[in-house]
Design a protein around this ligand. Structure first.
Ligand SMILES: [Zn+2]
Ligand SMILES: [Zn+2]
Length: 212
């Protein structure tokens, strides 16, 4: 995979070292939070989960958004999703939402410029509330996972879905940082709105433990 790695990036460092940053290790008691790894993807429980099961799917190479994946990796990304959905006890027979704040270049999509897809177990009615809430700010196109990835070199975007055949996206240059995360936090009643607050270690550990 082509890499755009420029400066030390927290995800690149963690994927290479298979070790969390020291202060996270101290707070969580976990050295290596990687719960699944394939040739090109790594799966981690979020260190600031909005609920139990909040997971990040990350390309191993440094790219700034998922549409920059080489097309032959889309199947592997698919397989990574399927692996989590069928092997993680939290996701057994559960509905879910996945989303990404796609940034075009270095920027503030989610405060981290290494592409990552958020995955959370939520009911269909919560999913619908998320879509309704985003639609109040940005007009969303409804399509499939595959057709989204066929759009090459998009501007910054919001990407959210609940199945490979049901994804929504919006292109916009000035998406506020952590936009979808904040909407999901509000709907779930989570107080960990900004991931940098790092104050939900119990859900982190429950997610981590459900994944082994
Ligand atoms: Zn990186
Ligand atoms: Zn994020």
């Amino acid at each position: 995979m082509k890499t755009e790695y420029k400066e030390p990036c927290c995800f690149c460092t963690e994927i290479n070292n298979k070790k969390m940053p020291e202060d996270f290790i101290k707070k969580s008691g976990i050295n290596n939070r990687i719960i699944y790894q394939s040739k090109n993807f790594t799966v981690l429980p979020s260190i600031s989960p909005l609920n139990v099961g909040h997971i990040l799917i990350i390309p191993n190479s440094h790219i700034t958004n998922i549409t920059k994946l080489e097309s032959e990796l889309i199947n592997e990304l698919n397989d990574t999703f399927c692996y989590i959905l069928s092997n993680n006890t939290i996701y057994k027979n559960k509905e879910f939402v996945f989303f990404e704040h796609g940034i075009f270049e270095h920027g503030t999509g989610c405060g981290v410029d290494h592409a990552h897809i958020h995955l959370l177990p939520v009911s269909l009615s919560i999913f619908n509330k998320i879509i309704t809430s985003i639609s109040k700010h940005y007009s969303l196109l409804n399509s499939s996972f595959e057709s989204f990835f066929n759009i090459k070199n998009p501007s910054s975007y919001l990407f959210v879905g609940n199945s490979l055949n049901n994804v929504f996206y919006s292109f916009h240059n000035k998406i506020p940082s952590q936009f979808i995360r904040k909407i999901v936090a509000e709907i779930l009643g989570s107080n960990v709105i900004d991931w940098k607050h790092l104050d939900n270690w119990s859900d982190f550990l429950e997610t981590y433990n459900s994944s082994k």
